[in-house]
Design a protein around this ligand. Structure first.
Ligand SMILES: [Zn+2]
Length: 188
């Protein structure tokens, strides 16, 4: 294998380490989902107003506010809201996100809160599982659309569950990597 191929492999490995489940074609398990949900559950106890179910009209308004924002235009993807059939108390979930040419957030009319919308839209930014980059962007979205304190508390709830929140380190540039690589080769 050529050195440049080795470097590319290294970059790929580094990226995967932090965002290993990005994309719908992943066959890796969404290993941090349970902890993520449990952190969110504790978080929403602190902010009952953002977990309250909204009317369809209010939900559509809030959805639009986000998808028309600059933040969304810079970081998001064309995404539409789809209403699920209202199952009342028998509903199995409040919402889910799906990939596509136009991505969709499907919401249950009887369980649709501001928080559900933010969470599902963050998936539609391309972070399909609940790993570190998803959480980092979720906190950014909460900061932008709910407030700084709300974001800080959410971050803390994730940390309390033992979930990492620091920004992933960028892989080494080729020159730096080569230096390190040569050193290792010479040592052996
Ligand atoms: Zn999710």
């Amino acid at each position: 294998m050529s050195t440049i191929d080795k470097y590319n492999k290294y970059v790929e490995r580094q990226r995967r380490k932090y965002n290993h489940q990005r994309g719908k074609h992943s066959h890796l398990r969404d290993s941090q989902q349970t902890k993520c949900y449990s952190a969110e559950w504790k978080y929403l106890e602190m902010y009952p107003d953002i977990k309250e179910c909204m009317s369809k009209k209010d939900a559509e308004k809030f959805f639009k506010r986000i998808t028309k924002s600059k933040m969304w235009k810079d970081n998001g993807w064309p995404t539409e809201l789809v209403w699920l059939k209202d199952m009342g108390d028998r509903r199995r979930l409040n919402g889910y996100a799906q990939d596509g040419l136009v991505r969709t957030v499907s919401l249950s009319p009887s369980g649709c809160s501001k928080y559900t919308i933010i969470h599902e839209l963050t998936h539609c930014m391309g972070y399909w599982n609940h790993d570190r980059l998803f959480r980092i962007w979720l906190v950014k979205m909460v900061s932008r659309f709910f407030g700084v304190k709300e974001a800080k508390d959410l971050k803390q709830c994730f940390k309390d569950e033992g979930l990492k929140m620091s920004k992933p380190r960028e892989p080494l540039a080729y020159g730096q990597w080569l230096e390190k690589y040569n050193r290792l080769v010479n040592e052996n």
